[in-house]
Design a protein around this ligand. Structure first.
Ligand code: 2P0
Length: 328
């Protein structure tokens, strides 16, 4: 009836941006990410026959109705939507080891941890494929946080809910010599939610070329991973991030996540690279510049990002584990 699970955030090296089937939340492009050892969410789920409603606490505080609604819908999904009205209500408590207000709040770690805890609390048998199918329906990127290390999320087939799931390409121990440096940009006004940004990006004249060019990026990234070739993987990652943003920027109206520190972060990373430091830029649906680099160069990359005006602090993340059941 109750379980506790944890999951970590992931950062995509080949980006997920766009939906093939919005109702089933099937991605329009395959994506490839690194689950990181920083940014962990820990979530407990307790089904309780005496409850008359679900309750959600994030970092000890009651969550807003929108977040609670999203969690309730996910519990319906996990326990079986046909029995949605019959299912027991639950108390869900989620804590992040990073400041939620800092714009880093990750639906990936949150929904991966919730999925595993809810499945275990409901006494359901599961495996990583089923867990990632469930997590994906709440948030595409959450499917990837079920697994550790380098993870691929496939596109799937329209109308088939279980056709897109995550698979592990290399575990966190198989290529440990990777680092992602995250520059935390000062808090900006609320961003466009990823789902809205993706929907809006379908109006971009670059949407079709974006989706059609993604499989080649995945093939190059897979080849780079097989050879443990950081420069090759970094080049694909930087290009994928820039193409995703180019697609979004050209939407009508344009979807602009880039801010001053993001763009200056890109230039700082490229300047380092021109001096021979292996570092490649990426960024997501927010203002924070990130860089893929090696363990030896991570401190130098972090210093360079920290010097960018508007960057408050940096986090150096290494390959991390997939979702873990801690109790239940
Ligand atoms: C990614 N992002 O691959 C891309 C790059 C953001 C930019 O996956 O609509 O919050 O809930 O499936 O998972 C963020 O998207 O979107 C994301 P939904 P999600 O990491």
């Amino acid at each position: 009836m109750q379980a506790l699970a944890e999951a970590r955030a992931n950062i995509a090296l080949v980006k997920y941006w766009g939906k093939l089937d919005a109702a089933l939340n099937l991605p329009a492009v395959p994506s490839l990410s690194l689950t990181v050892d920083a940014l962990t969410t820990r979530t407990s789920v307790r089904f309780d026959p005496s409850r008359t409603l679900d309750a959600l606490f994030i970092d000890q505080k009651p969550a807003d109705p929108r977040a609670l609604g999203r969690v309730s819908r996910h519990l319906d999904r996990v326990v079986g939507s046909a029995a949605a009205n019959a299912r027991m209500f639950a108390e869900v408590r989620s804590t992040n080891d990073f400041p939620t207000a800092g714009g880093l709040a990750s639906s990936a770690s949150a929904f991966a941890a919730l999925t595993l805890a809810a499945v275990a609390a409901a006494g359901r048998e599961s495996d990583p494929t089923k867990l990632s199918v469930l997590a994906r329906q709440a948030s595409g990127s959450a499917a990837r946080s079920i697994l550790g290390g380098l993870v691929l999320l496939g596109v799937g087939t329209p109308g088939q809910v279980d056709s897109s799931f995550a698979t592990q390409v290399a575990s966190e121990g198989e290529w440990p010599d990777l680092r992602l440096v995250i520059g935390i940009a000062s808090e900006a006004p609320k961003e466009i939610a990823s789902t809205d940004g993706m929907n809006q990006s379908e109006s971009s004249p670059y949407y079709a070329p974006w989706t059609s060019s993604a499989p080649a990026d995945i093939a190059r990234a897979m080849d780079a991973i097989a050879r443990r070739d950081l420069p090759a993987l970094g080049a694909v990652a930087e290009r994928s991030a820039l193409r995703m943003h180019a697609c979004a920027l050209a939407a009508d109206p344009g979807v602009v996540y880039l801010r001053g520190p993001t763009v200056e972060g890109l230039h700082a990373i490229r300047k380092l690279r021109a001096r021979g430091v292996p570092a490649w830029f990426t960024c997501d649906a927010g203002p924070h510049p990130k860089a893929l680099t090696s363990p030896e160069d991570a401190a130098q990359v972090a210093r360079a990002l920290a010097e960018v005006p508007g960057i408050q602090r940096t986090i150096i993340a290494a390959p991390g584990k997939g979702a873990l059941l801690l109790d239940g």
